[in-house]
Design a protein around this ligand. Structure first.
Ligand code: GBH
Length: 505
């Protein structure tokens, strides 16, 4: 009897693995994990760091954050970076995507005053990673604008493009000898449409009361991106030999049915959600997306005021070595229903966006906006590939939220990551030039307006413990297994919840 059980187990295991092994990730596919400075670092006013807009907003308008919290200490990665690298080694990943805090290295926002302690922090982190062959993927801007620059109008001031170029130069000069992949901006859409709405103050009235600010922000951001890209290309690439791209949030927006209205509405939604930022860089003709622009111009809307000049279009076109995609979820768009309630009275209203919602059958995460939609990475990348002539992609974020609490057995997150892996494999099978995948997030962190109530980490962080102890969740073990064996093993269960570092890491 015992023998029989044992035998059938062997058979089942062999069968399982031979089937799965037909779909493997190539050896040079880069697996990693991601974070961002404000969400993990803490040390908000230590060692000469300047104040940024999130310091300011969370301190002055805590009511805008679900639990009234802030990133003053967060996961305290400023003091725990060695443990962070140890976690990356435990996972066995090839890369770590983190961001630089602008105000930590340039406390006034301007490049004439560099903070040596800030530079030292990132040098230490990078050097620690490189000891173990973990490649840094550096996001230059992940939302934490120096407050001084916001006071001068932030992204709405045309000078922004020069401030950013100067800042990018400091980053390339100091870290480019060791960092071979730079991302200028994380999620322009969230910067120009959503981010500031996330915080407590009524920034909507202060600076986003008209859609024109969205388009102006987009325009300045894109020119700043292009300037930084050209700076890298002309002054650093020859000696540093790296690459520079941008990360855009691209969720999948599909037509709810095959009806022509739904199809048109979905296309317009895609253009307004991410085409606004992707089209100027990745399309052959450049500029804001055509149908979207026409729809707005017809309504005499404010895009006209912020459109690109012919020179700007040409300047921005083609300025990315890769397309970073943050992908989380999908929605179905209905052409026959207008969105009744939009969360900001600007771009949505101008366009009279059509209604969208996830399918009822898609499992829901702790975050209201996040569901597990079928094969949505593949749908997204296939679409982008066709539109933008087959660029190189990295998935720079993808992940699942659970509620606050010590929930180490995160089977929902495991299910989500496994589904993502299948969708990545579908993309690779189709010949899409997808080179890597970063899980969001390495650890629980300050989830913007949700504070610490929603958690995305592969590692749990105890925010009530001064040591900010990190503990691997089940998903960390499952991800590690995938990274190591290069396929998705549905039978795999960690037999202990104690992590070790494998040889060679
Ligand atoms: C990413 O944004 C960010 O890059 C990262 O910093 C963040 O931690 C991660 O995702 C998880 O959220 O609450 O209905 O108003 C993803 C895009 C845009 C998703 C803003 C949440 C708020 C929607 N995010 N959105 S709502």
């Amino acid at each position: 009897m015992k023998l029989l059980v044992a035998l059938s187990l062997v058979v089942a295991t062999c069968f399982g693995s031979t089937v799965r092994q037909q779909r493997r990730f190539p050896d040079d596919f880069i697996f990693g994990a991601a974070t961002s400075s404000y969400q993990i670092e803490g040390a908000w006013n230590e060692d000469g760091k300047g104040e940024n807009i999130y310091d300011y907003e969370t301190h002055n308008y805590p009511e805008g954050i679900a639990d009234g919290s802030n990133g003053d200490i967060a996961a305290d990665s400023y003091h725990n970076y060695k443990r962070d690298v140890e976690m990356l080694r435990e996972l066995g990943v090839d890369a770590y995507r983190f961001s630089i805090s602008w105000a930590r290295i340039l406390p006034t926002g301007f490049a004439d005053e560099v903070n040596p302690a800030g530079i030292a922090y990132y040098n230490n982190l990078i050097d620690e990673m490189l000891k173990y062959n973990i490649a840094p993927l550096v996001t230059i801007y992940h939302w934490d604008l120096p407050k001084t620059l916001q006071d001068l109008g932030g992204f709405l001031n045309p000078e922004f493009v020069d401030w950013f170029e100067d800042y990018a130069r400091v980053v390339f000069e100091n870290f480019g000898d060791r960092v071979k992949k730079f991302i200028t901006f994380n999620e322009p859409r969230e910067i120009c449409i959503v981010t500031l709405m996330d915080t407590g103050s009524d920034v909507k009235d202060k600076l986003n009361s008209k859609a024109v600010t969205t388009y102006l922000c987009a325009k300045h951001l894109l020119v700043a991106h292009a300037k930084a890209y050209k700076l890298y290309d002309q002054e650093f690439r020859a000696k540093q030999g790296g690459e520079c791209g941008i990360t855009i949030s691209v969720n999948w927006f599909g037509a709810a049915t095959e009806s022509p209205e739904d199809i048109v509405a979905a296309e317009l939604r895609r253009q307004g959600e991410w085409g606004l930022f992707a089209h100027p860089i990745f399309s052959a003709e450049g500029g804001f997306p055509k149908e979207f622009g026409e729809a707005l111009i017809e309504k005499n809307a404010s895009l006209v005021l912020a459109d690109f000049t012919h020179e700007e279009k040409a300047f921005i076109r083609g300025t990315a070595d890769f397309f970073g995609v943050n992908h989380y979820t999908a929605s179905l768009v209905y052409g026959n229903k207008k969105q009744t309630e939009s969360f900001l009275p600007s771009i949505m209203d101008e366009l009279e966006y059509n209604y969208m919602e996830p399918d009822d059958n898609w499992p829901a995460a702790a975050s209201s906006w996040l569901t597990l939609a079928p094969d949505s990475i593949f749908k997204t990348l296939s679409h982008l590939r066709t539109l933008y002539n087959d660029p190189v992609f990295y998935i720079t974020e993808n992940g699942w939220s659970t509620k606050n609490g010590l929930d180490l057995f995160d089977d929902d997150r495991v299910r989500y990551y496994r589904a993502s892996m299948e969708s990545l494999l579908n993309s690779l099978d189709a010949g899409i030039k997808l080179k890597g995948y970063m899980a969001w997030s390495l650890m629980d962190n300050f989830e913007w307006s949700a504070g610490y109530t929603e958690r995305f980490g592969l590692y749990h962080v105890d925010f009530s413990d001064p040591a900010r102890t990190r503990t691997p969740k089940k998903s960390a073990f499952v991800y590690k297994h995938i990274v190591k064996h290069r396929y998705v093993d549905y039978e795999y269960e960690p037999d202990t919840m104690t992590m070790t570092i494998d040889e060679g890491h």
